[in-house]
Design a binder for this molecule. Sequence first.
Ligand code: PYC
Length: 311
Amino acid sequence: MRNVMVVDSHTAGEPTRVVLEGGPDLGSGSLPERLNVFRERFDWFRSAVVNEPRGSDVLVGALLCAPVDPACSAGVIFFNNVSYLGMCGHGTIGLIATLAHLGHIQPGRHLIETPVGIVTTELHEDGRVTVHNIPSYRYASQVHLLIEGHGSVTGDIAWGGNWFFLVEDHKQELSLERVEQLTDFAWRIRQALERNGITGANDALIDHIELFAPGSPGSHSRNFVLCPGKAYDRSPCGTGTSAKLACLAESAKLAPGEVWIQESILGSRFEASYHREGDAIYPHITGEAFVTMEARLIMNERDPFWKGIGH
Ligand code: PYC
């Protein structure tokens, strides 16, 4: 029997489950090394925490780790229903809100180590959190794709801590009522990318698809983001918004310091901007998370589904 202490939160509607105690021993290597150990030896733990019957496809897990760099307040490895995430914007906001809820941190700046680099976070007095993300960039623009049952679309490939294909010319209405059709459409885009061998840098799989449309008053844009395991992001997606900022910056459509309000398919919002250092674009994403539950997960080896359904 294994007990795992977790705190759940949601950021703009998208849930995060922070694992505080009871996680696997990943050793004391760098965060990328520990991620490899997690993936190779403890993938069952990922599934047990986020998949049914304890979780659901939409849940993002965040394994709290001791940081290597003593300047960091914490290390974290994010994971989902099928795999692992380099970085996670909504998850980092959820992590900071969770650490504040537990009284582990106070308003101010906190460095967080992730497998793709250190991010600076800022917990504001009013509870909002700003994530100063890792450098983001557009890798390719105006990539043409033929989508089964639809015709062609054009999109950009960008990195914001995960790999995204960003599409504006999709002719889809982005509304919550159409989530099933949007999921099906975005999944066909993902399949077309794979079929055509289109990847991010170093042959990286592009596993997030992002569709854009004009936003409601007070926002600049609405998005629909399909995550790697086919769940859609309820939030505007922190890494997806970072990828969008990189594209806007490259096209000279948004100046450094200018505010971009990104709305999700639910209508929830992130406030975003960026600064440049040489060629690098550094995104800043602000949002708010609310703690929803403190819990102890019970993993009983007699339970046929103790590792999560599908594992
Ligand atoms: O906020 O970066 C994000 C994110 C990635 C996947 C789900 N949310």
